[in-house]
Design a protein around this ligand. Structure first.
Ligand code: CP
Ligand code: NVA
Length: 318
């Protein structure tokens, strides 16, 4: 088996063109509208899912997604496999490539995902690293398009909080979809410096600014977006982060300066920290639709990566 597809892996939104990401989103909309038409598209195919971190949404949506497409998923917790006992990922990649048609991995170090992709001969999907969370942010784009229509050029998006994997993937999305992204974060918690530099160099494709004041970021925003103050792996920093991030919260004050915004949260949410309980509950329908959309967007990804007949299927649908 060799990776012959044009898009062999999905590690990073930046590796995919705008056109190809748009195709994924179009397919996701078809999958959401008429899931039964795709029920056998991945018959006989398997996806291995390696988890070195916890997950609810990513695990269940990929597993159920494979089932709904006629295939199956194999859950591999690092606790119960040789991955957790130190078997090199480059060996795991080559072994799994002999059994399955794709590999999804959630881990800490982004370099591990790149190693896995380098050695695997089947497509590899990034299910979150410390650096990026592309499946989530692509889903967020899908969710925004569902509510606001397809042209996102110049759309004002505010991201309030930690310059983490979500913020980094939002920078990639801003460049791909032409967004006007403002990230508000405390000093010392900015997104990845190299990504910001690239964004500066490509300011014709999308605008990205980092500001200190959440009110400045939220001013006129059509989308308010946030994530936890302490991500998985930062449990020891919870107390100092609570101090550093105090005020970096989606609350009524921010809603007032925004422009009748959509409020997004990738979940899990910490009410009273990055979002107030009342704002969360007011936007719960949108936030849980966002969570649901993980399923549809990832099914589009799986169909595209694991099934070379995708164009035929897409053609029948239109
Ligand atoms: N948003 C998200 O990726 O959720 P999980 O950590 O539950 O997978
Ligand atoms: N930034 C969070 C996202 C969880 C979906 C984390 O990495 O824990």
């Amino acid at each position: 088996m060799s990776k012959t597809d044009k898009h062999k892996d999905f590690l990073d939104l930046a590796q995919w063109s705008r056109t190809d990401l748009e195709s994924l989103l179009t397919l996701a909309a078809k999958l959401k509208a008429e899931p039964e038409k795709f029920s056998q598209v991945l018959a006989g195919k398997s996806l291995a899912m390696i988890f070195k971190k916890s997950s609810t949404r990513t695990r269940v949506s990929f597993e159920v997604g494979m089932f709904q497409l006629g295939g199956q998923a194999v859950f591999m917790s690092s606790v119960h496999t040789q991955v957790g006992r130190g078997e090199p990922l480059k060996d795991t990649a080559r072994v799994l490539s002999r059994y399955v048609d794709g590999i999804m991995i959630r881990t800490f170090d982004h370099a591990e995902v790149e190693t896995l992709a380098r050695y695997a001969t089947v497509p590899v999907i990034n299910g979150l690293t410390d650096f990026l969370h592309p499946c989530q942010v692509l889903t967020d784009i899908f969710t925004i398009k569902e509510r606001l229509g397809s042209d996102l050029a110049g759309l004002k998006v505010a991201y309030i909080g930690d310059g983490n994997n979500m913020a980094n993937s939002w920078i990639n999305a801003a460049l791909r979809f032409g967004l006007d992204l403002k990230i508000a974060c405390p000093a010392g918690y900015e997104p990845d410096a190299a990504l910001l530099e690239q964004a500066n160099l490509q300011s014709d494709r999308g605008k990205v600014a980092v500001v200190l004041d959440p009110l400045v970021a939220a001013q006129g925003a059509a989308v308010l977006n946030t994530d936890v103050w302490a991500s998985m792996g930062q449990e020891d920093e919870v107390r100092e982060r609570r101090q550093a991030f105090a005020g970096y919260q989606i609350n009524d004050k921010l809603l007032q300066v925004a422009k009748d915004p959509l409020v997004l949260h990738c979940l899990p949410a910490h009410r009273g920290e990055e979002i107030t309980a009342s704002v969360f509950e007011r936007y719960q329908d949108l936030i849980f639709t966002q969570a649901e959309n993980r399923l549809h967007v990832q099914k589009a990804l799986l169909v595209t990566l694991l099934n070379r007949e995708v164009e035929k299927v897409g053609g029948e649908m239109s």
